[in-house]
Design a protein around this ligand. Structure first.
Ligand code: RRO
Length: 312
């Protein structure tokens, strides 16, 4: 079966890539993604300056395989590192490069975007409006007017197709309001749904202690426990953004959840927690599993079932 797709005008040999933040802070990790079975790769969200991030422990898988909690706090090498990576990237090989930007202010996003635009590279920018883990910095995606103002500045600067990373929403009115903003910007080509479910608290029973150190133990939840929230967000935006695309992320551990994301409307599927736990060899396994499901069901390509979830 054909797992290829197109996002923001670029071709991916298969729908899978890493969720930004996982396996993508340093060149060695990005190299492993390039050599893996993924269809693409995206870099760790960049800030204007290098950041160490929050104190450790700051990421843990949760018992029982239900998912993970993280409060990384945006550790990254600073945008110039990723700009240099994008400049030396071999665009003749098969995988397109996505670059995630997460400025701590609109001014920082403007400076970073401007530098990438001036470099005139064929990579695709994904602006992260949803980091839940920087103390004192609320997620922009939960302030719809601020998000609109940021897009009003950034979309004309970027000019070509780009994407944004959204937090999960839990109310139909919010789906409507966010979609109305997103639909105002023609070159905003896709939304990536969802970032981690912000500010959960994982506690160990025996020690009666929070599992991670930053923010009194509060951190973003990912993995299987967020699957249905992710599917709802993918489908809500798929239905409301007829001229745009959705990248699905959240709760994908096997071919089955990837199939469900595509059925909900995803044009590509990113994987975070499971990639962190299993490593890049995961991509070959999950491609095989998705292919087996498609063959059993008689689907020849992902276009045959994308967005075709039935309702009662
Ligand atoms: O670095 C992080 O703490 C982080 C980011 Br920027 C994000 O967007 N989502 C997340 O779960 N962690």
């Amino acid at each position: 079966a054909d797992l290829s797709t197109t996002v923001a005008g670029v071709h991916l040999d298969n729908v899978f890539f890493n969720a930004s933040g996982v396996w993508c802070q340093h060149e060695e990790e990005l190299k492993a993604l390039l050599e893996s079975g993924s269809g693409s790769l995206i870099t760790k969200s960049a800030t204007f300056e290098h950041r160490e991030g929050n104190p450790s422990p700051r990421y843990l898988p949760l018992p029982g395989g239900v998912g993970s909690i993280n409060s990384m706090g945006l550790p990254n090498e600073g945008y110039e590192y990723y700009l240099n990576y994008a400049k030396q990237f071999d665009y003749t090989q098969a995988k397109p490069l996505f670059i995630s930007l997460s400025g701590l202010s609109l001014a920082d996003n403007v400076k970073m975007v401007t530098a990438f635009v001036e470099a005139d590279l064929p990579c695709i920018l994904e602006v992260n409006f949803s980091c839940p883990n920087v103390p004192g910095k609320p997620q922009l995606g939960y302030d719809i007017d601020a998000m609109d103002a940021a897009l009003a500045t950034l979309a004309p600067l970027i000019k070509k197709p780009f994407g944004i990373k959204l937090p999960p929403y839990f109310d139909i009115a919010h789906f409507d309001q966010v979609a109305a903003v997103v639909n105002k910007y023609d070159n905003l080509a896709y939304v990536t749904c969802i970032n981690s479910v912000g500010n959960g608290l994982a506690i160990d029973l025996d020690t009666e202690t929070a599992l991670i150190k930053p923010k009194d133990g509060f951190g973003g939840l990912g993995g299987l426990m967020v699957l249905q929230t992710a599917l709802a967000n993918v489908n809500a935006f798929y239905r409301r953004l007829p001229n745009k695309q959705v990248i699905g992320v959240g709760g994908v551990v096997s071919g089955k959840e990837a199939f469900l994301h595509i059925l909900a409307g995803a044009s590509a599927v990113q994987i975070g927690t499971q990639l962190k736990e299993e490593g890049p060899a995961m991509f070959d396994r999950i491609k095989k599993e998705l292919q087996e499901i498609m063959e059993k069901k008689g689907y020849k390509s992902v276009n045959d079932f994308r967005g075709k979830v039935k309702t009662l």
